[in-house]
Design a protein around this ligand. Structure first.
Ligand SMILES: NC(=O)c1ccc[n+]([C@@H]2O[C@H](COP(=O)([O-])OP(=O)(O)OC[C@H]3O[C@@H](n4cnc5c(N)ncnc54)[C@H](O)[C@@H]3O)[C@@H](O)[C@H]2O)c1
Ligand SMILES: O=c1ccn([C@@H]2O[C@H](COP(=O)(O)OP(=O)(O)O[C@H]3O[C@H](CO)[C@@H](O)[C@H](O)[C@H]3O)[C@@H](O)[C@H]2O)c(=O)[nH]1
Length: 328
């Protein structure tokens, strides 16, 4: 039996493919390569195509005995989603609709879905629990919440079982640096700070120093990409064993400010990293920290890399070795 990984040439998807293969699972990848990289897919067949492309989905479901789908493929830039919300509804909601229709058609009734902390919007309280209110503050989060709801109703109507994993801030890289993070353009904090350490940027802009946090910069919960990968494996096992749908936060439970992340990068790289303060980035909540007790209890999830230093060290290893990402 085979697992279909959509978006498996992207950052989190490619690390999950690596992890699933290490666990002995048979994997096929579907990715449009608009954001992903062929070189990031190690040891798995790659179908280049779109979620909306019925022919490629038919080919995959007909050729392979697909047991379950792990669904990463999406657009995921908050700012872009505010500028062009319909692109997000078309790709994320529309693309997932096509995928689910094909799954139901071919009788593939298990899916692990990449959701996000962005479904919560401004948190009610910290740490955030899965039962807290969901009130996204941008179209990206809205599309992810809409998909969670599509999955809930599809369970009731078609018996399509889902695990929605609400990731907080994915960071780090394969500890052996075979693969890593390469977004073009890069918008995530840690890779941007490491680009400054490499001299590819003059400095890093800290988006706001007047938040109600200890040093005034935003606080986030950074979780190692290989620990996210582990959670997908456990979610697949849980679905196979219990056939139960569920929603789980995935974070470290610890928060670090933008200033603290920059300081950690200075310490790990031993390089000077210049930073200055810029205006707030619209839509950024002050603090996002997860409670992941449910995932620990119900999935048996145990993050392996719990120190920010180690997460940054793995990212640094990758960026130093591949300063131009997969273009080297
Ligand atoms: N990076 C984070 O911190 C984070 C946090 C929370 C949730 N997420 C979610 O996790 C998932 C993966 O994130 P990532 O950072 O690895 O992103 P990414 O952009 O690196 O990976 C997404 C992949 O999906 C592919 N893709 C997009 N639309 C497609 C389509 N219609 N058909 C086929 N392929 C398509 C892209 O080419 C890319 O390779 C996304 O769904 C994202 O919303 C990411
Ligand atoms: O040049 C930069 C880039 C980022 N930041 C700040 O750093 C923090 C982290 O930003 P970023 O790495 O862009 O991540 P988020 O905006 O927190 O979003 C990530 O984490 C969310 C879940 O928490 C996911 O939904 C998103 O897909 C994922 O990109 C935020 O406070 C930003 O304002 C800066 O100060 N300067």
């Amino acid at each position: 039996m085979t697992i279909l990984v959509t978006g498996g040439a992207g950052y989190i998807g490619s690390h999950t493919v690596l992890y699933l293969k290490e666990k002995g699972l048979d994997v096929v990848v579907l990715d449009s390569l608009q954001k992903g990289h062929r070189e990031a897919v190690l040891n798995a067949p790659l179908y280049t195509g779109q979620l909306k492309d019925e022919a490629v989905l038919d080919e995959i479901f007909q050729k392979h005995a697909i047991e379950a789908v792990v669904h990463f493929a999406a657009d995921s830039l908050v700012g872009e989603s505010v500028q062009d919300p319909l692109k997000y509804y078309e790709n994320n909601v529309g693309g997932t609709l096509n995928l689910l229709e094909k799954m139901v058609h071919y009788g593939v009734l298990r899916i692990v879905f990449s959701s996000t902390a962005a479904v919560y919007g401004e948190p009610e309280s910290i740490p955030i629990q899965e039962t807290d209110q969901t009130a996204p503050t941008n179209p990206y989060g809205e599309t992810k919440l809409a998909i969670e709801k599509m999955l809930k109703w599809s369970d009731q109507a078609y018996g399509l079982k889902s695990v929605c994993l609400r990731y907080f801030n994915a960071a780090g890289a394969d500890p052996q640096a075979k693969i890593g993070e390469d977004h073009q353009p890069e918008s995530h904090l840690i890779p941007i700070v490491l680009q400054a350490a490499l001299g590819q940027r003059d400095k890093i802009a800290i988006f706001g120093d007047d938040y109600p946090t200890e040093d005034g910069s935003c606080v986030r919960d950074y979780i190692h990409v290989m620990d996210l990968a582990q959670a997908h494996y456990l979610a697949l096992k849980k679905l196979a064993a219990t056939n139960e749908s569920g929603i789980y936060n995935l974070g470290s439970g610890k928060g670090f400010s933008v200033q603290e992340v920059i300081d950690t990068c200075r310490k790990v790289t031993g390089r000077e990293i210049k930073a200055d303060v810029s205006p707030r980035r619209p839509g950024d909540p002050a603090v996002l920290i997860a409670s992941s007790h449910r995932a620990e209890e119900k999935l048996g999830w145990k993050p392996e890399y719990t120190e920010l230093d180690e997460i940054v060290a793995h990212a640094w290893q990758w960026h130093k070795q591949s300063p131009n990402g997969y273009k080297n």
